[in-house]
Each structure stands twice: as structure tokens, then as C-alpha cells.
Design a protein around this ligand. Structure first.
Ligand SMILES: NC(=O)c1ccc[n+]([C@@H]2O[C@H](COP(=O)([O-])OP(=O)(O)OC[C@H]3O[C@@H](n4cnc5c(N)ncnc54)[C@H](O)[C@@H]3O)[C@@H](O)[C@H]2O)c1
Length: 339
């Protein structure tokens, strides 16, 4: 079978990971890398002498030998590049989040349907051994009904020049919650503040409300002295701590439950706790991006729907856009339209 030819656009922090993973994959070849910075292109040439480099996106779009475009440029550029790529009949893998507005995300989806090309978003976490294991535990009801997800994603992070910290970091948590939970949130609240002239919030807190009694809370910061990547998932039967900074024991399952009953005079809540074993399941250590790259290629070759499909991509953008509206209105609750 002929290899799919992929051009990677953007070779900054994340682009090199796309180039490495697609290069290592069967059935795909990275034929070109595009970056507007000649310095970045020099780095490609040193590592991969066989890959063609160029500053010109148009040259890539006009090249009919290229089947796919993988976009790893800043978020504000995603829509424009993805639109041009689809219009030139290329399959598209775009970095998270898909676009910086719901309107643009919907436009890209419609265009991909019209030209019958794959449009996929790189929500890498969905392909990690940890999230796959947690999904399995939720789906086979090992945890019971999920009551909350509480995520902390903070560090001294790279300030993005075109979006706030939620668009950068909470995009991961929202994609994970969309993937794990069988229900979409009905409303969104967020607060945050900026400490730079850019006015993009560098610290922010996001809450998602659901029709059932679930609640999701995400704490994101680029200005924390310590790096924390903790996600607590509370089920009626068991609870999980996913610590992404652990090398091997990333997922710990706590056999912990509580029963809360009202006392006979109905004034006090009596809580009965059961603290059981802590179990660490074996999880796949395969790099998530490697499996994501394979899913992208397979979805093109087999005409299948990838795990990180455009519906998840759109849901992430919807929640981020609502969070931005909420922040601008001092944390007011924003209701989501469910279509
Ligand atoms: N999936 C993940 O886990 C993950 C992790 C980090 C970043 N990302 C995403 O990757 C994207 C890029 O982030 P980054 O941190 O690598 O950014 P970056 O600023 O480090 O790199 C962007 C690169 O794109 C180039 N560029 C900018 N505009 C361009 C254009 N119009 N045409 C060609 N080249 C252009 C820049 O010169 C730069 O080399 C963002 O969408 C970000 O959210 C995803």
C-alpha cells in the first residue's frame, strides 16, 4: 500500500512530536514541514535530511502528492490553515483546540463533510493508557455513578500569545471529561485573572454543571511554582487519582465509599466511611500521540471515525467559548445549547 504523505505545519514545541510519530508509523511518511521561521526549519533539516522544508503553505496546498496536513501552529491560525487544506482536498489533523470559536469549528466540520475528508483534532490524552484504563473502569461500572471530576493542571507554563490559560490547558480536561462521561454539561461557569499586558487570563477556574448531580472543576495556571497534573474522579463505589507526573503508577483506584444518612432527629448528617485497598492497575505505556497518529491514518485508509473526532473537538470549543463569556461576566452561569 502507498504511504500517506503528510505535511506538518508548525515546528515549534509540539510540531516535532507529530513529525517523530508520523515518521515512525507504518503507512505514513512526513514529506514536508512548513514553518514561517527559517530557524525552526533548519532544525528539521538537521534531524530529518529527507524531509522537504518550506516557509510557503501555498506550495504545500498546491502539491497534489500530499494527502494530509497536520497543523501545529498557534490556535488563532488553525481555522485559516485547516480551511485552506480542506479546500485543497487534504485530510486534516489539527492541534487542540480545533479553533478559537464555535462558528469556525462548525464551518470546518461542514466543509470536511462536503469534501469528504477526515477532520480530526489532536486531543492526545484520549489515547493514553491512563485515560483508556479509566474509560474502561467507568464503562464496566467498577466506579459506580460518577459524582465529580476535579482536575488541577498548574505549573510555571509558557504564556500563549493568542489565548488564555483555559484554552491552552483546560482543553485537555474538557476533552477527557467529554470522552469519559456519558453526558454533556448543561452550563459553564469560570473566573480568572490576567497579570500581564496581554489581558489573557494566566490563572482560571472552570466549573461544569450537569443535569445529573455531577460536577466538574478544573484549576489551570501558568503561574504556579510547582507542576501538578492531578485528576480526581469520584464514583459512588470507588474513586481514582490520575497523577500524570507519575512515571508508572499513574492511576490509583481507591476502594473508598461513604454513606451519608440523616440522624433520627433529622438535624445531623451521619457519614459512614469505608476506606479499603488502593489498587494500581497495569496500563499501556505506549505514547498517546503514537496511537493518535495511527488512528488518524487508519480513519483515512479504512473510512472509520477516529476516537478524537470532530464532535469531541466541537464540544471542547463550545465549552471554552462559554467559559470565556463567563469570565468576561464575572463568573455568570452560561447555558450551553445542546446541538
Ligand atoms: N496535544 C498536546 O498535548 C499539545 C501540547 C502542546 C501544544 N499543543 C498545541 O499545538 C499548537 C502549537 O503549540 P506550540 O506550543 O507548539 O506553539 P509554538 O509557538 O511553540 O510553535 C508554533 C510554530 O508554528 C510556527 N507558525 C506560526 N504561525 C505559522 C503559520 N501561519 N504558518 C507556518 N508556521 C507558523 C511558528 O513559527 C512556530 O514554530 C497549539 O494549538 C497548542 O495548543 C498541543
Amino acid at each position: 500500500m502507498k504511504d500517506l504523505k503528510i505535511a506538518v505545519i508548525g515546528y515549534g514545541y509540539w510540531g516535532p512530536n507529530l513529525v517523530r510519530n508520523f515518521t515512525n508509523l507504518e503507512n505514513s511518511t512526513v514529506s514536508h514541514v512548513v514553518d514561517e521561521s527559517p530557524d525552526r526549519l533548519e532544525k528539521v533539516k538537521k534531524l530529518y535530511p529527507d524531509i522537504d522544508i518550506t516557509c510557503s503553505l501555498n506550495q504545500i496546498l498546491e502539491n497534489t502528492d500530499i494527502d494530509c496536513i497536520a497543523i501545529a501552529t498557534p490556535i488563532s491560525t488553525h481555522y485559516d490553515i485547516a480551511k485552506k487544506a480542506l479546500e485543497h482536498n487534504k485530510h486534516v489533523l489539527v492541534e487542540k483546540p480545533m479553533t478559537n470559536s464555535v462558528k469556525h469549528a462548525k464551518e470546518l466540520i461542514e466543509l470536511s463533510k462536503k469534501v469528504n475528508k477526515v477532520l480530526m483534532v489532536d486531543h492526545t490524552y484520549l489515547y493514553t493508557g491512563a485515560i483508556q484504563k479509566i474509560k474502561e473502569l467507568i464503562d464496566n461500572d467498577s466506579l459506580g455513578e460518577i459524582q465529580y471530576i476535579d482536575s488541577t493542571r498548574i505549573n510555571l507554563g509558557l504564556f500563549q500569545s493568542d489565548v488564555n490559560v483555559l484554552w491552552d490547558l483546560a482543553a485537555h480536561d474538557i476533552s477527557i471529561c467529554t470522552f469519559l462521561l456519558k453526558e454533556d454539561p448543561i452550563s459553564v461557569q469560570a473566573i480568572g485573572s490576567s497579570h500581564t499586558e496581554s489581558n489573557f487570563e494566566d490563572i482560571a477556574y472552570l466549573t461544569l454543571h450537569y443535569n445529573s448531580n455531577k460536577i466538574v472543576h478544573v484549576n489551570c495556571s501558568w503561574i504556579s511554582p510547582v507542576k501538578i497534573r492531578h485528576m480526581l474522579i469520584g464514583g459512588e463505589k470507588k474513586m481514582i487519582l490520575f497523577n500524570d507526573l507519575e512515571t508508572t503508577e499513574k492511576v490509583k483506584i481507591y476502594d473508598t465509599q461513604y454513606q451519608a444518612t440523616k440522624s433520627s432527629n433529622e438535624k445531623k448528617i451521619l457519614a459512614d466511611y469505608r476506606i479499603g485497598d488502593i489498587h494500581t492497575p497495569k496500563i499501556s505505556m505506549r505514547e498517546g500521540l503514537s496511537w493518535l497518529a495511527e488512528d488518524f491514518v487508519n480513519s483515512i485508509l479504512n473510512n472509520s471515525t477516529p476516537i478524537s473526532n470532530y464532535k469531541i473537538g466541537l464540544q471542547v470549543v463550545k465549552i471554552l467559548e462559554a467559559s470565556q463569556q463567563s469570565i468576561k461576566n464575572n463568573g455568570v452561569e452560561i447555558f450551553l445549547e445542546n446541538n
